[in-house]
Design a protein around this ligand. Sequence first.
Ligand SMILES: [Zn+2]
Length: 331
Amino acid sequence: MADWIEPHAPGPHTVVERLDPDDFAPGFHRVGVHLVDDATARPLLAPALVARGAHPGPVVGITAAVHGNELNGIPTIHRLFRTFDPADLRGTVFGVTIANVPGYVRHDRLYPDGKDLNRVMPGRGDGDESAVYAARLRERVLDVFEVLIDLHTASFGRVNTLYVRADLRDPATARLARAIGAQILVHNAGADGTVRATAAGRGVPAITVEIGDPQVIDRAKVRTSRIGIRDALESLGVVTADAQQATPNAVECARSYWLYTDAGGLLEVTAPLGAKVEAGDRIATLVDPWGQLLRVYRAPEPGWVVGKSTNPVARTGSRILHLGIEGPPPG
Ligand SMILES: [Zn+2]
C-alpha cells in the first residue's frame, strides 16, 4: 500500500432482522438492519449504532438520512455515541445513521422510485418499492422506539436555521423539543405520511431536527446539534448531564409557512437567516435577465426567517422564505 495511505481495520457489524433492545447486552453494538434486497439478491442494510444501558430506561431512536442527501445527522449520531458510557446509561439508544440507504448511495433525497419516504409512512407490506421499504423500516426499526428524534436538513437550494418541528401541544414532546436548544421551534402537528407523525400516532414523543444544508457535512452545526441532542437525552434521564449544555432560548412559533414568487426571474433573498422581520420589511427582490426590477417582496406580517432559498433561478411559484410566526401553539 502507498505510504500516504494509512489503513485501519474497522470492526465488524452484525446483521439483524429487526431492532429489539432485549437482543443486546449492555454496551455498544454495531448492526445492519436487513430491510429489503437489491436485484443481485444482496440484502440492503440500514446501519445502526446501539448503546444498551446497564440500567432500565426508555428506548430512544435517532434516525438520519430518511432523505438520502440529508447528511449532517450521520456524524451527529457518530459523535453523540462517543459521549456515552453504557455503565451510566438508562435504557437503550438506537442511532440509525442511514434510514434511506438507496437514496443515500444515489445522493438523492428520494427513494429510487421517485417517492419521498417521509410522505409514504406507514408504508404497505405488500406495496411497491417505497411502500414496502417504508413498511419494513417501520416494523423492523421505528416501531420499537419510545422516543423519536428524526434528523433532517434543508432541501437543495435552501438553507435553514437549526430548528425543531414538533407538536408543542403535547407536554412530553414539547419538553424534548425545548431541550435541543435550537434557534427556532415551530409547532407543527406533523403531516400524514411522515416518520414523525407515524411515531406520534403511537403516542410516542417525536421531533424533527433540521440541521443545515443537504449533501454536505457542516462541522459547526453537527457539533451544536450533537450537544443539543445529548441535552435532550439528559432531559429524559437516559444520560447524566455533561459539561456541554445548549442554550435553551429558542423562539417558539405557533405556525410557519413558505412565501412563493408570483413571477419568474433572478431571485435574491435579502432577509438574513434566523432574523426577525417586521410587516413591510423588504425580504427579497426579483429581476429579469436584463437586470430590471420585477418585484420587491416584503414580509406580510412580523415573523422569523426559519429558512430561505439560496437558488436564484426562480420560476413562478419558487420558494422565497420560510416565515415562522411567534406565539404559543393553538389550544
Ligand atoms: Zn428531510
